[in-house]
Design a protein around this ligand. Structure first.
Ligand code: ARG
Length: 307
């Protein structure tokens, strides 16, 4: 029994689930992406434009999940978003919003597009949350900001000169994909971002984009931690990130969004936010779909539906 998987969150709408809760997103100080340092119930607001690939999945104007834009070949635009299969199990979102920071204050240049097709992983299992990954084909491609041309995973934190080139909240660009089977070392600092709940028992999803720095967790340890909850962890398919003492985590509404790790080329999407038990609880790190396990499948979807 997974508490957080198939719920859809809307502003002011909370699914009554006992284990709903969140210790709040927070940024680790040094290596994660830049933040403006504003604390919001244990969390930190992302610096506007520092996650150019992040998108908000919305229904009737309400955010319910995140997603990430990926590059299709050498194109400077993309109609493909990666998200969690559980986010789209009940159907496609009506809108995908890119270039956003504060959802209630759309900025010029922010882009909203409709979704043409949802392709969930064929072996997604809603009971076990295995293979919790899906591809969204957008109705029209979203153009990347020209200052992000050519690369992937570029953030103002990594290329400080981008800060002046990118207007607040207007950065749109792709995240890097890992190599197939690429392994992430234990205890590597990763950044999870989203507009999800910012506190235990939170009611509304966050208006501001938040981020949290969390270290990756050893697979055996993760499996042991979750077996106490009666939850099976498949280490090929899942990646854990969080602190043993809890306190920092993704939460409801962050699902589908990115867990990135800074690499040589840029920030790489190593995880898609998938599930947890509550949020930020000690001994129960967040669980992410392990993107490197799905590269052949993702590449296939890109060639089928990318334009
Ligand atoms: N499943 C949740 C969602 O739909 C997010 C899960 C993340 N939970 C966690 N404790 N890390 O938004």
């Amino acid at each position: 029994m997974r508490q957080e998987t198939s719920m859809r969150l809307g502003r002011g709408v909370v699914v009554a689930v006992g284990l709903l809760g969140c210790g709040g997103a927070e940024l680790d100080s040094v290596d994660a992406m830049g933040s403006v340092g504003q604390e919001i119930v244990g969390g930190v607001e992302a610096r506007p434009g520092s996650h150019p690939w992040i998108v908000s999945l919305q229904n009737n104007g309400s955010h319910f999940c995140g997603g990430s834009l990926v590059r299709i070949g050498a194109r400077e635009e993309s109609n493909i978003v990666l998200t969690a299969a559980h986010c789209v199990a009940d159907g496609p979102p009506d809108t995908v919003v890119a270039g956003a920071h504060q959802l209630t204050r759309p900025v010029a240049g922010q882009v909203s597009v409709r979704v043409k097709r949802v392709v969930s992983h064929p072996n997604y299992n809603s009971d076990t949350t295995m293979n919790d990954i899906a591809v969204l084909q957008l109705a029209s491609p979203i153009k990347f900001n020209s200052s992000l041309a050519g690369g992937c995973g570029q953030s103002p934190q990594m290329r400080p000169n981008l800060t002046s080139e990118l207007a607040s909240g207007l950065a749109i660009g792709p995240v890097c994909l890992p190599a197939a089977g690429e392994q992430v070392a234990d205890n590597t600092m990763a950044t999870s971002a989203g507009w999800g709940l910012t506190r235990e028992g939170g009611y509304d999803t966050s208006d501001l984009l938040m981020q949290v720095g969390v270290p990756t967790v050893n697979a055996q340890q993760l499996a042991r931690m979750y077996s106490s909850q009666g939850i099976h962890i498949d280490s090929q398919a899942m990646l854990g990130a969080g602190y043993a003492q809890g306190g920092k985590d993704s939460c409801q509404g962050d699902s589908g969004g990115p867990l990135v790790i800074k690499g040589a080329r840029g920030y790489t999407l190593q995880g898609v936010t998938s599930f947890g038990v509550g949020c930020a609880r000690p001994g129960l790190p967040g669980v992410y779909a392990r993107v490197s396990n799905y590269i052949p499948w993702i590449r296939q979807q890109l060639s089928l539906y990318g334009s």
